[in-house]
Design a protein around this ligand. Structure first.
Ligand code: ADP
Ligand code: MG
Length: 382
């Protein structure tokens, strides 16, 4: 019986799935959650913290809490992407003798590949891997990744303890759970709105065979931008209402951003929620700020609209009309937002496929693809 693993090492979060005995399941890590923030923190006592704890620490120790490392993996110091990354975040980044960027941390100099290795090693230590022996491990990367970043990811996965590693493009992985052996010709659009990036791909499918027709992305467009918008609105409202500035202290600002993200997530289910200002700034005792879903939608509607410019571009490149798209596959946590789904329905004239959780579908599909590569024919049954 084939047993395979799919790993989606994302810019913001990492997910893992296992295919075993004909079934694919997402794996929950030590935290009990299937979603692991792709953040590694080097603590003053010499230990490491990975995931949610590291993400929270970024507010008090930004130079030693490394997130978004995937953005610069395998890229040279001199590239525009690395220079933009340097300008965007408060890390202490320098050029190493081999011309690649390294994070200067209290635990020494770490490359983006080292950070990937740390996160993947944490994943390789999940309890599920004590009981299984994987025949193959598929690690996903954006279609835009060149050979160097792909090699760095494979090397990091190998050092992390994984074996028989394949690299798979994220949109290919995302469509796997939606393929059917009996299906005819289809055009699947993969709309991936994650934490920091937006990617759109058009894939032609015939049965279980599929080809990438065209793809494009916006490297700085995602959930983080929505969090920023909501945080700025909350800070302004707090300043007017309580005469308190949430922007002056970096730690307060970081807690505000984390609270804004939490509120954004809550507003995908509820139509209103409260921002607890006291947990952001302890001087605001007992103060809360009500946020309505409609407010959040107003704040980010131009960001959502921008994603469709990329869709236009990809469809034009492939010479495919939106109405020709058979189905739209939702990928990325932000596609849980009702306004995003509604906008997609408007653009493509059909409801997107949402049978699999959008932040887990890539890992699930990767585990399936690995099983297929191992010659397992049960993948598309049941
Ligand atoms: P990536 O592929 O970039 O690593 P994900 O696909 O996990 O990341 O997307 C992470 C983003 O999704 C974050 O901005 C997070 O706040 C957002 N997100 C997660 N769940 C929800 C939700 N229920 N509603 C809105 N946004 C969400
Ligand atoms: Mg992703």
């Amino acid at each position: 019986m084939t047993c395979t693993v799919g790993v989606d090492f994302g810019t913001s979060t990492t997910e893992v799935a296992v295919y075993d005995h004909g079934r694919t399941q997402i794996v929950s890590g030590w935290s009990g959650s299937p979603i692991l923030p792709s953040v590694a923190a080097f603590l003053p006592n010499g230990t490491l913290e990975i995931g949610q704890g590291a993400k929270t620490r970024a507010g008090i120790d930004p130079k030693n809490s490394i997130h978004s490392a995937k953005r610069i993996i395998g890229l040279p110091w001199r590239s525009d992407t690395v220079q933009k990354f340097r300008a965007s975040y408060g890390f202490d980044l320098e050029e190493s003798p081999d011309g690649s960027p390294v994070f200067v941390t209290r635990a020494g100099k770490k490359s983006a590949g080292d950070i990937a290795e740390i996160i993947l090693k944490h994943v390789a230590g999940f309890p599920v891997f004590e009981a299984i022996k994987a025949d193959r491990v598929a690690v996903t990367v954006p279609s835009a990744f060149g050979p160097k970043p792909r090699n760095v990811i494979v090397a990091a996965a190998r050092r992390a303890g994984f074996d028989k590693i394949e690299v798979l493009d994220e949109p290919y992985a995302a469509v796997m759970p939606y393929l059917a052996a009996a299906g005819g010709e289809r055009f699947l659009a993969v709309y991936d709105l994650g934490g920091g990036t937006f990617d759109f791909a058009l894939i032609k499918v015939n049965g279980v065979t599929h080809w990438l027709l065209a793809s494009a992305g916006a490297p700085y467009l995602g959930g983080n931008d929505i969090d920023l918008r909501l945080a700025d609105w909350a800070a302004e409202t707090t300043l007017i209402t309580y005469r308190q500035d949430l922007h002056s202290d970096p730690a307060v600002r970081h807690r505000l951003l984390l609270a804004a993200e939490e509120a954004k997530i809550a507003l995908s289910d509820a139509t209103e929620t409260d921002l607890d200002l006291e947990t952001i700034d302890p001087t605001l005792v007992g103060k809360k700020l009500k946020v309505e879903r409609a407010q959040l939608e107003r704040l980010c509607q131009d960001l959502v609209r921008r994603t469709f410019a990329t869709c236009d571009e990809v469809l034009a490149k492939a010479k495919v009309n939106p109405s020709k798209v058979t189905d739209v596959v939702l990928v990325g946590g932000v596609t849980r937002m009702p306004s995003v789904r509604e906008a997609l329905r408007g653009y493509f004239g059909r409801a997107p496929l949402a049978e699999h959780p959008p932040d887990q579908v890539v890992a699930i599909g990767a585990a399936m693809a690995a099983a297929l590569l191992s010659g397992d024919r049960e993948v598309f049954k049941g």
